[in-house]
Design a protein around this ligand. Structure first.
Ligand code: UN1
Length: 492
């Protein structure tokens, strides 16, 4: 059985703990490899290496830093299939989706590389003669990245690549369910010739490794994607030392279907949005809000299609829905199904593990739909992170938008309508970081900001050029070439 190592200061090293943890395939529980169960000392060594590398990396011109990212993008492209297979094995989602996940990493590499020749600041007129002023972006230092298991490649790259092009150095801690993909990502960085210590990876549990990273005084930025519960704790700890903390947290995304919508299109949308990635996206469609007049026919259409979804090992291209990532995840999804039933919602399909044939060895769960869900029910308010869809009803557009907004989260949202006036009102009034018109709640592209409002985050955005605000400090520069003291706001 292969043992994978930490990547610190350009070397592949064991944890000082001498201990490892196992990585299993959620489709069949096969043991895939062991990874370092790291300690605070391992983290401190990685931060030390990153701090040392920062001294020279920050001085490499940004277009030159970008050249590494172009190379990384090229290598990822050449290894796309291999990486997708590794991902499907450790995370479970079907190959088409893991290929998409790697593609998102490739897109992010090229987007970030392009920033190497932009990183725009402002050049503005100044009020005194013979004086110039502008703003420029500066790197911050060592950045910690704590990344989730649902997008084992894309999400780490959303953080890593922009941080690097801005001149920061990085310590990454991948989710314990999917460490292999990030270890591969580090290998790709090494192959591209990234200088030692610029990228470091320390695997292990959130309690030990994550906590040590957040508490390390030399870490200046923490970028985290995960639950709102953990995000709050990170923000509290980070707040004490005034670290910059960028959080991308939960969602309770809804798709609205109006009475004038193309129902076939809306059906394709909700199937993909709710059951793609087995519902394990922070952007997954977790609520379906149906206009009363199409509620019955649309629910019938949906039920017919959902029951035909093919579950199974993601490596088999015939399968459409893979397993949940772990036994714990399956238990937590099932608990929500029990809660929904107790709350009085009507379970119309699924609601139990899927155990047919070889699926019995994996953590599969049947696509599940509840109808008759009301806004006060927990299954309408809390993130489930599994293949469970709650169907609610709305009398008109205002009611639909009010229902959609009636949650603590605000990540993604969608409306299906053929009425342009309704579409624009929805874009204006929906409280979310992302709104799709006639498309599902999933499928963001990397050149637009990604993130959400309310409990979904703390105001930062990943992707786009907006992510640069997480990984740079602004410096305003004034150059007075008058040769005399000029007093702003006083001298004329
Ligand atoms: C996530 O939902 O956790 O927009 C990330 C999407 C993908 C990224 C999702 N591009 O669905």
């Amino acid at each position: 059985m292969k043992e994978y190592l930490n990547f610190i200061g350009g070397e592949w090293v064991k944890s000082e703990s001498g201990r490892t943890f196992e990585n299993h395939n959620p489709a069949n529980q096969e043991l895939l490899g062991t990874f370092q169960l790291s300690t605070k000392n391992d983290v401190d060594a990685a931060v030390e290496a990153a701090a040392e590398a920062y001294k020279s990396w920050r001085l490499v011109p940004a277009p030159k830093r970008a050249e590494f990212l172009y190379k990384i993008g090229d290598i990822l492209k050449s290894k796309k299939e291999e990486l997708a297979r590794i991902e499907t094995q450790e995370m479970g989602k079907v190959l088409d989706e893991t290929r998409g996940d790697v593609q998102e990493g490739i897109d992010t590499a090229y987007l970030a590389a392009g920033e190497g020749r932009r990183l725009f600041g402002d050049t503005v007129p100044v009020e005194l003669p013979n004086k110039a002023g502008w703003s420029e972006r500066h790197p911050i230092g060592v950045c910690a990245m704590i990344t989730p298991w649902n997008f084992p490649m894309a999400i780490p790259t959303w953080k890593l690549f922009p941080a690097l092009v801005c001149g920061n150095t990085v310590v990454m801690k991948p989710a314990t369910d999917t460490p292999h993909t990030v270890v591969k990502l580090a290998e790709v960085c090494q192959e591209a010739g990234i200088p030692n210590g610029v990228v470091n990876v320390v695997t292990g549990g959130g309690g030990e490794v994550g906590t040590a990273l957040i508490n390390n005084p030399r870490v200046r930025v923490v970028s985290f994607t995960g639950s709102s519960e953990v995000g709050r704790k990170i923000a509290e700890i980070g707040g004490r030392s005034l670290k910059r903390v960028s959080l991308e947290l939960g969602g309770k995304n809804a798709q609205i279907v109006m009475d004038d919508a193309d129902l076939d299109l809306a059906l394709e949308g909700v199937l993909w949005g709710a059951f793609g990635t087995t519902g394990q996206r922070c952007t997954a469609t977790s609520r379906l809000i149906l206009h009363s007049s199409i509620k019955e026919p649309f629910s019938d259409m949906l039920l017919k299609r959902v029951q035909k979804l093919r579950l199974g090992d993601g490596l088999d291209e015939a399968n459409e829905v893979g397993p949940l990532v772990s036994e714990g995840q399956r238990e937590s999804v099932h608990e929500y199904v029990e809660i929904g039933t107790r709350e009085g919602a009507k379970l119309v399909c699924g609601g139990e593990p899927y155990t047919e044939g070889s699926a019995a060895k994996g953590w599969f769960y049947k696509p599940t739909i509840f109808t008759g869900v009301t806004r006060d029910m927990r299954i309408a308010r809390e993130e489930i992170f599994g293949p469970v869809l709650s169907v609610l009803e709305a009398a008109d557009l205002d009611d639909a938008i009010e229902t959609l907004n009636d949650t603590d989260y605000g990540l993604s949202s969608s409306i299906y309508t053929r009425d342009v006036n309704k579409a624009f009102r929805a874009i204006r009034d929906i409280e979310a970081g992302i709104t799709y018109v006639n498309g599902p709640t999933i499928g963001a592209e990397v050149q637009l900001p990604f993130g959400g409002v309310k409990d979904t985050g703390n105001g930062h955005r990943e992707a786009s050029h907006t992510v640069l605000d997480t990984f740079t400090e602004w410096k305003s520069v004034y150059v007075d070439y008058s040769g005399k003291l000029q007093r702003a706001q006083i001298d004329t």
